[in-house]
Design a protein around this ligand. Structure first.
Ligand code: PAZ
Length: 338
């Protein structure tokens, strides 16, 4: 008999008729079907201490999620489902939030783009270095220096990176798998609940909607000798629901919505707001995401655009997204206090 993952894909149609699961059932599902990372409590304490420290200094804290999740198909994982996200949006947004006075918890996919190093990610390290005195000098001094022609902006980036490190303004936390992402996001939400409305959640990661529960996953590498592979995957619990209602109910929460079909995008963004009752959705289409997004709230809709001229002037759309959201966060905090 074939194991259950060889049955045909049925989750999409089933999920349409399923009601939103109750919060407690999501908590149960997380514990039962998604392996808990061994360091989750330690990371939670680190995040809570970070939030306390910056709150005492009068700083707001934003939790940014960034990059794509990895969904294993086997428990001794050889193969997994992944997605396109580079982490650029999360990494660049982290820099703009810090420039706007926030402290940032950067929950990101291992090896995705990282604040301050992101612009150098495509450069081969050995092309960026040279021997002092030029090529012929290699055997003499052996002293290695940066090739400023390859890395013209390195000094500026290094200076800013060191200032941020000195000010303890960036707390990087890594995930790879969907399970790690879900448990660490829950831990982050609980850790930030102590600072109430001064916490912002900026959920830019591209998170899988489908997974194979641990109990149904084959242990060993799936064998091609069994014939064509048909996968049946479960729906990932909608973690935004307990995050907004339970774990961080005072916080300012922004989700992101990505579609490839522009005609359904705004409708889906509004539906997400209706369902989860959070503060805003940043809606974007895959191909145009670097130049156009819409920030949707219950009463407003703001189109943010970066033109070719802006790009020549090194303006990035994340600067505009962050500016829009930090203003909205200000208003939110004032309203909550009043
Ligand atoms: O990581 P990136 O810069 O390549 O892309 C950013 C993005 C498109 C993943 C983000 O803007 C986004 O829409 N995240 C949510 C994706 C989703 O709906 O699942």
């Amino acid at each position: 008999m074939q194991p259950s993952y060889y049955t045909s894909m049925t989750t999409t149609s089933e999920s349409k008729v399923m009601a939103e699961p109750r919060i407690s059932s999501i908590d149960g599902k997380l514990a039962e079907e998604f392996a808990v990372p061994s360091h989750v409590e330690e990371v939670k304490e680190k995040m809570a201490a970070f939030a306390r420290y910056h709150d005492a200094a009068g700083r707001r804290v934003v939790l940014i999620t960034s990059g794509g999740t990895k969904v294993p198909l086997e428990s001794r994982t050889v193969r997994f489902l992944d997605n396109f996200s580079s982490g650029r949006r999360g990494a660049s947004s982290a820099e703009y939030f810090i420039d706007s006075g926030y402290a940032v918890i950067f929950l990101h996919r291992h090896r995705s783009l990282y604040p301050y190093t992101r612009m150098f990610s495509t450069i081969n390290m050995l092309d960026a270095l040279k021997f002092r005195g030029g090529e012929g000098a290699s055997s003499n001094s052996g002293e290695v220096v940066v090739n400023q022609q390859v890395l013209p902006n390195i000094a500026k980036a290094l200076k800013r990176y060191q200032e941020v490190k000195e000010g303890k303004l960036l707390l990087p936390i890594e995930f790879s798998t969907l399970s790690e992402y879900l448990h660490l996001l829950k831990a982050a939400a609980q850790a930030l609940s102590t600072i109430g409305s001064k916490a912002m959640f900026y959920l830019a990661a591209a998170v899988s909607d489908f997974y194979i529960p641990a109990s149904e996953m084959p242990e060993h590498k799936i064998q091609s000798s069994n014939g064509p592979l048909q996968l049946s995957m479960n729906m990932v619990p909608k973690i935004l629901s307990p995050l907004v209602k339970d774990w961080a109910s005072q916080a300012f929460v922004i989700s992101f919505k990505l579609e490839t079909d522009a005609t359904i995008l705004l409708d889906k963004a509004r539906r997400a707001l209706d369902t989860y009752r959070h503060q805003a959705v940043v809606a974007n289409v895959l191909d145009s995401r670097r130049g156009y997004v819409v920030v949707v709230t219950r009463d407003t809709q703001a189109e943010l655009i970066v033109t070719e001229e802006d790009v020549k002037n090194e303006v990035e759309i994340e600067e505009r997204i962050v500016s829009n959201l930090t203003s909205a966060h200000n208003k939110f905090i004032t309203q909550q206090a009043g």
